[in-house]
Design a protein around this ligand. Structure first.
Ligand SMILES: [Zn+2]
Length: 149
């Protein structure tokens, strides 16, 4: 999760100027910390480094169920596809492709749609993370901890 204010990694949920935000430690100082954000640690025995892999990249992609969301929203408004397309300022045929799932809108269009639908459509996906290697177990052994005189 990123700090809503500066984009750095967020570590806490905080109330800043009345708004509930995820914030980095620096920004959280301007508000009231509500609770820390737990690290997304996968279950299991694998030990992972919490710092993001520098090779890792976040890409923006559009939700694949955008068509269904559009349809639900349109039906809520009791509009037909043409009317809704006009509201979105796109061609009815284009809209039809979106709703049928034949075409997924690009991120620019999805941003526009998400404002109208009030639903986040553009999601971030990590790519290029590769295989997370198990950290080698080495160094101290249990014996080091239990040394007795
Ligand atoms: Zn910040």
């Amino acid at each position: 999760m990123e700090c809503d204010l500066c984009g750095k990694p967020a570590t806490v949920i905080a109330t800043i100027e009345g708004a509930r935000l995820s914030a980095c430690p620096a920004c959280a100082r301007h508000g009231t910390i509500i609770r820390p954000i737990p690290m997304a640690a996968p279950k299991g025995t694998k030990r992972q480094i919490s710092a993001p892999d520098p090779k890792e990249e976040l890409i923006e992609t559009v939700r694949q169920d955008v068509g269904k969301l559009l349809q639900q929203h349109r039906e809520k408004l009791k509009l037909n596809q043409e009317q809704f397309a006009a509201k979105l300022q796109i061609r009815a045929s284009t809209y039809n492709h979106y709703e049928s799932g034949a075409v997924v809108p690009d991120t620019v269009m999805a941003r526009k749609l998400e404002r109208i639908l009030g639903v986040p459509l553009v999601v971030h996906v990590k790519v290029g993370a590769g295989v997370v290697k198990n950290e080698e177990r080495r160094g101290m052994t249990m014996g080091d901890f239990f040394k007795k005189a």
